[in-house]
Design a protein around this ligand. Structure first.
Ligand code: PHE
Length: 521
């Protein structure tokens, strides 16, 4: 017999029975939405499915708050234990007057007041295909704007090359492309590709290379106006400018530009379009906190994670030297970062303990400076984007917001290399700023004179974090399944380490698994 139920009728029936998330997945299965982008966008649990059940959530970062939000909507009683006095975890935006702490000291953020004067010291960019976190932005009304990685006016700098002077990304990219096109054209013009290509394809490839690399009639690369004009002139203006000589190919090859930096934007998670919340990344954390903040017990430091007849028992201390509390629940979702979790007493199985031990976190560093004027815009026509240098600071980020205002906040160092990270980590806050200014001066002469205030974040020294993100590509299997009634979440339980998307997805997975258990599936 032919099925008589229509697709829409079927979806309505599924929706009534199990919730919107299931409808969405059914739509995917039916080929009604693309599965490429939107897998597991929502973890909508059926309303009321968690009535009478309790969940202890460890950590009020993006993972913990995502879990609490979804579970509480379904009727679960959630309690979030958060060690710090704020929610958000690594989602942290620094503004005037804030105090940011590390294990051995505190820094006051001496920026001026201003909606454009902030620094995202944790996550700062959201790729267009991170549909879960973007979905929450949409649901919560968090305004988004474009975040810029790729800016052709930004700089590549290597102390050993091009007389130690920074060169524009525009020239580096067009010149390298031109040289490669020329070499390949030589191979096509010769005979070495004859067996690989038909005569027609060779002809087409040559035409392509001429356009791709801007080769001349002899198939040679002699520079291109795509790279700009002599004396740094960028547009032809009233009279056509003189072409700049191309950068020396051998110097380009000897530079470190092509080591990941040149194709940085081709990494799937760094592809344009990237986005950021208007006004600071913590807008997302705040939106979650508005919805689940009443479940959070702040300054509650977990000391023991135990399995109990009911499910779990968490022992925690409220405040420094404060009272000990216990929290009993049917389930726990633990998003405590592995470097912290490994030192908390627990009843985990040996495989779980080993998995937690195996996760290393990057000692990433960010340093942000307030400048008295936007010299990158005024002097270099750089609007957002990243300059790269072979010095320890590694990158300078120009703000993709607040264009043409009087002043601004730039990222003066962003480091994820372990050795360099540890070097900065070992310095006092003043020393970090001094080194970052000294190195920035080589990228932008006059830099030191522009800087008014600075703040640094060494994530390896942040209490209750002890690192920025897991360095492995895959989460250990033991963190993607429950140990008794304890589930794991956070980016460490995902294949997206270092992304809020990973945190939210892992939270969805934990929430869905708990709910399936409760519903006896
Ligand atoms: N998501 C962070 C960033 O974009 C950290 C990260 C860097 C993660 C590079 C993966 C790769 O800077």
């Amino acid at each position: 017999m032919k099925a008589t139920i229509s697709k829409r009728g079927f979806l309505q029936a599924v929706g009534a029975a199990v919730g919107v998330g299931a409808v969405y997945r059914s739509m995917q299965a039916l080929g009604l939405v693309s599965t490429e982008v939107a897998h597991e966008v929502w973890a909508d649990l059926p309303r009321g499915s968690g009535e009478g059940k309790s969940v202890a959530i460890l950590g009020a970062g993006i993972a913990g708050m995502t879990a609490a939000y979804e579970l509480s909507k379904a009727g679960y009683r959630c309690t979030i234990l958060e060690a710090a006095d704020r929610a958000g975890g690594r989602n942290l935006t620094a503004r005037a007057g804030d105090v940011v702490g590390e294990v051995d000291g505190r820094q006051r953020v001496n920026f001026s007041e201003g909606d454009h004067l902030y620094a995202n010291l944790g996550p700062a960019r959201i790729p267009y295909h991170h549909g879960t976190i973007l979905g929450y932005c949409k649901e919560f009304g968090v305004g988004l704007e474009v975040f810029t990685n790729d800016n052709r006016a930004a700089l590549f700098h290597n102390r050993e090359r091009f007389d130690g002077r920074p060169v524009s990304a525009r020239r580096v990219i067009t010149d390298i492309r031109g040289y490669i096109a020329e070499l390949l054209a030589k191979a096509v013009d010769g005979t070495s590709l004859d067996s690989a290509l038909t005569v027609e394809d060779k002809e087409r490839l040559l035409q392509m290379l001429v356009q791709y690399g801007d080769l001349n009639a002899d198939h040679l690369y002699k520079g291109t106006k795509r790279g700009g004009y002599r004396d740094g002139r960028l547009n032809a203006g009233l009279k056509a400018g003189e072409l700049d000589d191309p950068l020396d190919f051998s110097d380009l090859l000897k530079s470190d530009f092509w080591e990941y930096k040149l194709h940085f934007d081709d990494f799937l998670d760094q592809n344009p379009t990237l986005l950021q919340p208007v006004g600071g990344m913590d807008t997302i954390a705040k939106a979650f906190e508005e919805r689940v903040g009443s479940f959070v017990r702040y300054r509650s430091v977990v000391e023991e994670i135990r399995k109990s007849p009911k499910g779990v028992r968490i022992v925690y201390r409220s405040g420094l030297g404060g009272a000990v509390g216990t929290l009993d629940a049917d389930f726990a979702i633990c998003s405590i970062p592995a470097p912290v979790l490994k030192d908390i007493q627990n009843d985990f199985a040996p495989e779980t303990k080993a998995a937690i031990e195996s996760v290393a976190f990057a000692p990433a560093i960010k340093i942000a400076f307030q400048t008295r004027r936007r010299f990158w815009e005024e002097d270099h026509a750089i609007y957002g984007g990243i300059s790269w240098t072979d010095q320890d600071i590694t990158q300078i980020w120009y703000p993709p917001y607040g264009y043409h205002r009087d002043n601004g906040v730039i990222v003066g160092a962003y480091v994820w290399n372990k050795d360099i990270g540890l070097r900065f980590e070992g310095m006092s806050p003043e020393e970090r700023l001094r080194v970052a200014i000294e190195e920035g001066e080589r990228v932008h002469p006059g830099y030191a004179g522009e800087i008014e205030a600075g703040v640094s974040r060494a994530w390896g020294k942040v209490p209750f974090q002890k690192g920025a993100w897991p360095t492995g590509k895959e989460a250990p299997a033991a963190l993607q399944r429950p140990d008794g009634a304890i589930y794991f979440a956070g980016d460490q339980a995902s294949a997206l380490p270092g992304w809020q998307e990973g945190a939210a997805l892992a939270a969805h997975a934990a929430v869905a698994a708990i709910n399936e258990r409760v519903m006896g599936k």
